[in-house]
Design a protein around this ligand. Sequence first.
Ligand code: ZN
Length: 70
Amino acid sequence: MHIVIGLIIAFVIVAIFARRNRATRNCRWRADHTGDRGALKKYRCAACGATGFSATGGPPRDCKSQLPKV
Ligand SMILES: [Zn+2]
């Protein structure tokens, strides 16, 4: 019986971590051309509201939501 309880606890922990990783990776970057600066394209995250610049043509890969808010 202890094994079952342990498995349930482990499953919950894994689920929490998986959800947290998904939340940080699935930033929904939207291009904001009004903020473009030359080759730097401005993107705004619809999920956490962060703004980022990218020069590669694609949206930023990282999520800014982990940064402490000033
Ligand atoms: Zn985000």
